[in-house]
Every structure is written in C-alpha cells, then in structure tokens.
Design a protein around this ligand. Structure first.
Ligand code: NAX
Ligand code: K
Length: 502
C-alpha cells in the first residue's frame, strides 16, 4: 500500500483494471461511490442532511453514486451539481442511475447539522476553482460543515499537493487504490484530514506494469534491507562510522551524530576531532572512539587504517574556506572503501559556495555515494535555480536536485522528501513538530550513516533514518531535546527487529 500514484499512473491503473476485468469503468465508479457511502454512514450516522456537491467530471460521477446509495439507505440527501456530465462518460451513466434530481450548485447553503460530500473535482483538476464551486467551498468553511472529500479535496493538486486556488478543507478524504503525492505533501496534507484508501476492485498486479517510483515512507519500503546483526557479528562487521567534529567551541553537534550512529547499530563510531577540541570531546565521550584529525592528511590516515563504511561531515564543522577544501578532499579520497558520506549543515552551506567543484566531485566515476540532508534554507542555497522554480512541487524539486548533485537527498520539513538520483522518491508522513529542536538534524545524519555502514543502500538507509527519527520523537513525546533522541530509538528498533524476525 506504500506506492503513491501520479494521475497518469492512476489512469493507467484504471485502464489496466478495466482491461483485465471483471469491472468496467462504471463498475469501478459504483465501487468507489459505495466505499464513500459506507464511510459516511459509519462516521456520520446522525447527519441531519448529507449535501452532495457534484462537479462536471468523473469525480462528480462518484458523487451521484453516493447520492443514490445514501438515499436508498434512508438518509436525507440534498444533491447539487455544477453542470451535467459529458455525454457518454461514466459520470453521465452514474447521473442517469441516480433517482435524485440535482439542484444548481449556485443555490447551495449547508443546513445546520449537515455533512457535505465534496465530489467537485478530483484527479482531473486543471486550474483554480472559481464561480459556484468556489462559493460552495467557502460556504462549507464558513458554516464549519464537516466535509468528506472524494479522492482529493477539490482545489488540491494530487500531483503536487498545491492549492491551485480556493480549496476544500476536508475532515476525511477517501481515495482509491493508492494515495497520491498530494495527500502527503503540504499544503495538500492539511486539507485532507484523515485519508482513507478504499479498495474499488483494482487488482494489485497492475502495479507491476506501472512500476511506481514514489512511495509513502515506512518500513514496507525498506524493512527488507534493514540490518539485522547475525549471531557471529563482530563490531567492525556491524559497520564503522566516522564523524568529523568542529573546533573546541562547536563540538556538540558531531557528538550527537556519533551517539545516534552508535544507537542506530553501528558497531564502532570514531569521532575525529581537531587537536584543540580533543579535551572537550574526551570529557564527553565513553563508548565513542576519539581520534585526532587536524586536516586532510590525518583524515586520510584514518580512512586507510580503519576503513570506515560511512562518514558524517557537517554538524558543527564550521564554514571557513579551508573546510570546503577539506570536504572536497575527503570526497575525493573516500571512493572505494567508504559506502556513503552524509553531508549536513555547515558542509551544505560551504559547498553551496562552490557548487561546480562539489557536483564534479559527487559525479566523479569512483566517488562514494553522497547523502545530502538540507532543510528548506540549505536547499535554497545549494540548489537556487531549482528552489526558485514556482512550477515544481517539493517532490519534483527533491528529484531534480538529487539528479543534479548525483546524491541521495533528505529534503527536510514537515513533509520530508527522500529522493534518489535514479528517480525513486519517498514522502515521509510520520513527522512531528517535536523534531523542530536544535540538534535533531545532527541525530538524523548519524542514524543514516549507521544504516549505510551496516550495508543498507543509501536511499533505503536515508528513508529508514527519517522514519526512525520521527517515530522515536513521537513516542518520546513533549519535552524532547536532541540528546533524548538516540536513546528514544531503542523501543522503535526493538519493534522493527521483532517484525523482521517474524
Ligand atoms: N473509471 C474512472 O474513470 C473512475 C474515476 N474515478 C473518479 O474520477 C475522478 C477523475 O475524473 P475526471 O478525470 O473526470 O476528473 P474530475 O472529475 O476531477 O474533473 C474533470 C473535469 O473538470 C474540469 N475541470 C478541471 N478543473 C476545473 C476547474 N478548476 N474549474 C472548472 N472545471 C474544471 C475538466 O475540464 C473536466 O471536465 C477521480 O478523481 C475519481 O474520483 C473513480 O470513480 C474511479 C473510477
Ligand atoms: K473532490
């Protein structure tokens, strides 16, 4: 259920389902309407009136089916239409099967105690909602009428989650077969309320032909690749992570990454510290190995001797020009042995000033895989042209940036998108505002590095890290600070290990 379908992919799913039978277009529409009607009856059994607002397309067609079924169940139904469906469409068949006569949408006023079904526009929305439909949306909002949206809240793009103009704020959104990106990307997500995915008889095997490349992030996406220590594992087989610390006044961020990497299962973690910060780091570390690394030569010795599988560069590292040289040298030297380098925070800001050299390094033939973890501001600095394109959704921005940088991206925010240069992407949906706390990003980088070090492919490792990080925060609850996050991973990891062991 974790695949997300674009409108083109969903139309293909409909076509393939119709071709393989037994349901034709109108039968799928009847199933869709029946699913919505059942949810209305279950959730709003005492509604005084159910208003059904039908648009001109097949979304409206679903509305006519709902009207017929609810009326047959004895519900007081009031049917409104913005215009007759196109002759020969499934919606026209559904309208013909519905015994109720619709009233013109312009006269719609929600009655007290009523519920509204939004069947105005779904996957076919192509421009801003205007006229009577926009007025109807405003009237529901003014009257605080509970709304159940069919497929998508009208006005929201299923592709981008953008509001193309006025948009319905639904309490429940019932979509079909699979969610669409617009259900998870903001502001769409906040317009959906609870999103329910209904089965309308489209067979699962159509997905093999569609091969979706976008997913809702969750264990279904990466559990198969999630590390599980073998009985005979020793600490280096569980993956060694190297984290580079900043100077003596900014060491905490790297230590948070290091601790998170250890909690996320890295067998060994080394903190590489400038000489002037060794004392302060030593005073705060116990199980983490501390090693002096002043500049590239000592870093290169560490790579050659200890063969870490993953590196974290960025938290608290500083933004001076020599830091940029250092990062480029480490990327250049790490290919072969290092499976992945996580570049976060200061590393992103520094590389944003040298994008040409940076992208040349990440695209080099033997470069290690790179994972970038920008928040909105850092994304804008590193990818200014992509960030400035108003036509791109957050999903499209993440994918374009991943391709440009030849890197996996964790594009952070309330709807974090993880994107791979191969075109795959995941949208995270378990995020929490509790994570808006200083140092939480440093922890995320450490978790991702630990998973990469344990042989998870970088896209899967990044996706798993984002999910684990949010899940740990949610379960910990209010009062969370970044220091709590590594330990808060424990129950989440325990549960995953149990599921995986089954
Ligand atoms: N067999 C099928 O085709 C099925 C379709 N289903 C429903 O069909 C919907 C998609 O149907 P459609 O492709 O007809 O699309 P919609 O019903 O979303 O709307 C398309 C119509 O609205 C017009 N339009 C788009 N934006 C407008 C705007 N802002 N103002 C005025 N007019 C606008 C279009 O020109 C077109 O006539 C899905 O969302 C789903 O609810 C489901 O019943 C499942 C089966
Ligand atoms: K709708």
């Amino acid at each position: 259920m974790h695949q997300l379908l674009t409108s083109t992919e969903m139309a293909k799913a409909d076509r393939l389902a119709i071709a393989s039978g037994p349901f034709d277009g109108i039968a799928l529409m009847r199933n869709a309407g029946a699913a919505v009607a059942a949810i209305v009856l279950e959730r709003y059994p005492h509604a005084a009136v159910v208003h059904i607002l039908c648009g001109p397309g097949n979304n409206g067609g679903d509305g006519y089916v709902v009207a017929k079924l609810l009326a047959a169940a004895g519900v007081a139904v009031s049917l409104w239409s913005s215009g007759a469906p196109r002759n020969g469409s499934d919606a026209a068949l559904a309208a013909a099967e519905c015994p109720l006569r619709p009233k013109p949408l312009g006269g719609f006023e929600p009655a007290p105690g009523s519920v509204a079904i939004d069947a105005l526009f779904g996957a076919g929305l192509s421009k801003a909602v205007e006229g009577d439909a926009a007025t109807a949306i405003a009237r529901c909002a003014e009257a605080k009428t509970p709304v159940i949206a069919i497929d998508l809240p009208s006005g929201i793009s299923g592709e981008s989650g953008k509001a193309l103009g006025p948009a319905v704020r639904a309490d429940i959104t019932v979509t079909f077969f699979r969610k669409k990106p617009g259900h998870l990307l903001y502001p769409g997500r906040s317009h959906c309320g609870e999103t329910i995915v209904a089965d309308i008889g489209i067979p699962e095997d159509v997905l093999a032909a569609i091969r979706p490349a976008c997913f809702e992030n969750g264990p279904a996406l990466w559990l198969e690749n999630f590390p599980q220590p073998e009985v005979d594992s020793h600490k280096y087989a569980r993956g060694h992570v190297g984290v580079f610390s900043g100077g003596q006044a900014s060491t905490g961020a790297a230590r948070l990454s290091a601790l998170a990497a250890a909690r996320a299962g890295a067998g060994a973690v080394t903190l590489l510290s400038p000489g002037n910060a060794l004392q302060v780091n030593a005073a705060h570390l116990t199980s983490i190995i501390l090693r002096k690394a002043d500049g590239f030569e000592e870093a290169a010795e560490f790579l050659a001797e200890r063969k870490p599988r993953a590196l974290v560069l960025g938290p608290g590292l500083g933004t001076g020009p020599q830091i940029g040289d250092f990062i480029l040298q480490v990327i250049g030297a790490a290919g072969g042995g290092v499976a992945g380098i996580v570049l976060d925070a200061d590393a992103i800001s520094v590389m944003a000033r040298r994008t040409e050299e940076f992208f040349a390094a990440t695209r080099a033939k033997d470069a290690p895989a790179v994972l970038l973890t920008p928040h909105e501001g850092e994304f804008g600095r590193l990818f200014p042209e992509i960030a400035a394109d108003p036509d791109l959704s957050k999903l499209a921005r993440a994918r374009a940036a991943a391709r440009l940088a030849n890197a996996v991206l964790i594009y952070k925010g309330p709807d974090t998108v993880i994107a791979s240069p191969d075109g795959r992407a995941a949208i995270n949906s378990n995020g929490t505002p509790l994570l808006a706390t200083a140092g939480s990003g440093d922890v995320l980088g450490g978790i991702a590095a630990a998973l990469i070090a344990q042989a998870m492919p970088v896209f899967e490792a990044a996706s798993a890290a984002v999910w684990l990080h949010a899940e740990a925060a949610r379960r910990f609850g209010p009062g969370l600070i970044a220091e709590d996050l590594p330990l808060a991973l424990r129950p989440v990891l325990a549960e995953l290990a149990q599921v995986k062991g089954r």
